[in-house]
Design a protein around this ligand. Structure first.
Ligand SMILES: [Zn+2]
Length: 402
């Protein structure tokens, strides 16, 4: 009985490594390969197990441990983890057409199409690629929901349940190239419970655009399904797609956009300045209109975009710019914010507020507020940590100061 189950485990692992890691056992020994010892099959098999373990961040001992098998049994993408294709195959045009086949849709057509659009938008919003839906039969990316029972739905890659493939896609190209197939027998959902169609679709469209799998669990291109998924690209995903299709030019933010938020706001001399990405709006008391300009137009390239916080200390005549761990100003900068007296656990400043009349600054970091108490020896002034309950006091001060 035990031997039987070991054989089944071996068979399962063989299939998995064959499909996702390119393991090729010798035909006559295929069935015995996982159990046999000291032959070339076994060596090759162990190497592939190690490769898979390394990819998923497991200890690479080459053994089919419980942990390794648990990862192998996770629902995942049907594509291999060892395709060395990235960068080699991509669409040579910027507008890609797609078509959704009408059969076996997991939701009513309008909701299915909306989920697909959300997934496509994830990629088109960060690169120069555009998607256009076509009702006609011919489209670059053909999207289909195929029944797991259909052994060969025209491509030789059935959804048999082994290895738990949810979907697969084909790299950019003619014919089947760029096509995406979903297993229609999965329990698809439209949110983050169960198997999320927008999340899996975003992953597969990554392949359809030419991306390979990423070993980073935070990447949308991680091959195993992450059961707490968010429909977001990681920094690396964005960089990889931009490498293939270019980066969109920065868009001037619209000050009337109801969803507009600012990176930082501060008073600079007579003006109130609002920062957003590479831009800033300047509100001068003598003018009704706010004026938009590039940050670099005032401070050339010494001040980065996407700031965390900014404030001006009028008495000491300096402006501090915060961005992650750094602050920037003239010579000797950027410096670590620990130079300001913050403990090392504080990695960034969300906002800074300088009270001109009382000559002190309040820093906001996560749920904490910090206040500078001595201000005469910048940059080594000391800070005291303030409880958030002090906020009422700040609100009273704010009324007088702003
Ligand atoms: Zn994949």
């Amino acid at each position: 009985m035990l031997k039987m189950s070991q054989n089944l485990v071996g068979e399962f692992a063989l299939e998995y490594l064959h499909h996702f890691y390119g393991y090729q056992p010798k035909p006559d020994r295929r069935k015995r390969a996982a159990a046999s010892r000291d032959d070339s099959n076994q060596t090759g098999f162990c190497d592939k197990v190690k490769k898979m373990q390394r990819f998923f961040g497991l200890s690479p001992d080459g053994k089919l441990s419980e942990e390794t098998l648990t990862v192998m049994k996770k629902p995942r993408c049907g594509l291999s983890d060892v395709e060395p294709h990235e960068g080699a195959v991509r669409w040579r045009k910027r507008t890609i057409s797609y078509r959704i086949a009408g059969e076996n849709l997991p939701f009513p057509a309008s909701r299915t199409h909306k989920a697909i659009r959300r997934a496509l938008k994830l990629w088109s919003s960060v690169s120069l690629i555009k998607f256009r839906r076509r009702a006609a039969k011919e489209a670059d990316v053909g999207i289909a929901f195929v029944s797991g029972g259909e052994l060969y739905h025209g491509d030789g890659f059935p959804f048999s349940g082994k290895g738990g493939a949810l979907a697969h896609a084909f790299l950019p190209g003619l014919g089947i190239g760029g096509d995406v197939h979903f297993d229609s027998e999965e329990e698809w959902t439209l949110n983050s419970t169960g198997i999320s169609l927008p999340v899996v679709a975003a992953h597969e469209f990554g392949h359809a655009l030419g991306l390979s799998h990423s070993p980073d669990p935070g990447s949308i291109m991680y091959p195993a399904y992450n059961f707490a998924p968010s429909l977001e690209l990681s920094f690396d995903d964005v960089k990889r797609i931009q490498h293939l299709y270019g980066e969109p030019p920065p868009k001037t933010p619209d000050k009337c956009d109801p969803d507009l938020s600012f990176d930082a706001v501060t008073e600079l001399q007579q003006e109130v300045v609002f920062f957003k990405d590479r831009f800033m709006w300047r509100k001068h008391p003598s003018f009704v209109e706010t004026r938009i300009t590039l940050i670099s137009s005032l401070w050339s390239d010494s001040v980065p975009s996407h700031l965390d916080a900014v404030y001006e200390n009028v008495e000491k005549n300096f402006i501090l710019f915060f961005k992650v761990q750094q602050l920037m100003l003239q010579e000797g900068f950027p410096r670590n914010i620990s130079d300001l007296g913050f403990p090392s656990r504080i990695k960034s400043v969300d906002a800074a507020l300088h009270f001109r009349r009382d000559r002190y600054t309040v820093f906001f970091t996560g749920r904490e507020c910090w206040r500078s108490v001595t201000f005469s020896h910048f940059p080594s002034f000391s800070l005291i940590w303030l409880f958030v309950s002090c906020w009422d006091k700040f609100r009273r001060d704010l009324k007088f100061n702003l």
